[in-house]
Design a protein around this ligand. Structure first.
Ligand SMILES: Nc1nc2c(c(=O)[nH]1)N=C([C@H](O)[C@@H](O)CO)CN2
Length: 118
């Protein structure tokens, strides 16, 4: 299976386990890798046959803008479930990173894979 990807999607999120984190927005970074058969849109040259990476990115931005998450795990899971359900993605790898959350590290976070990559 081919992939469609979104790299380094940067947003300001309300995320974290501490009280002070619930009152502010912090930088997060999201990478998406999504399985898709790209031979079909390649043959038709039609956006309707694609997994539209702009649609996927906008959906992630909506999920981040509208909620508070305690854990990066919860946000990553929500992104995976939503994109699989809404866009018919059969397999997804989601990375959610919090740059600057841990002193001395450039970024901390999680990476998950859900679904089947045929
Ligand atoms: N595995 C995780 N560890 C931690 C998380 C998390 O979401 N997943 N969150 C925090 C705090 O919110 C931290 O980012 C504040 O500096 C700590 N560990």
């Amino acid at each position: 299976m081919d992939t469609v990807y979104v790299r380094d999607l940067k947003m300001d999120a309300r995320i974290g386990i501490y009280e002070w984190e619930k009152r502010i927005r912090q930088k997060i970074r999201v990478d998406l890798e999504m399985a898709w058969d790209n031979r079909i849109p390649a043959a038709s040259d039609d956006i309707k046959d694609t997994l539209n990476y702009k649609t996927a990115a906008k959906r992630v931005i909506q999920l981040v803008e509208n909620s508070h998450y305690e854990l990066v795990e919860r946000l990553a899971e929500t992104i995976a479930t939503t994109l699989m359900d809404d866009l018919g993605v059969p397999w997804i790898r989601v990375t959610v990173g919090k740059p600057g959350a841990v002193r001395g590290s450039s970024e901390v976070g999680v990476q998950i894979e859900r679904g089947k990559r045929e």
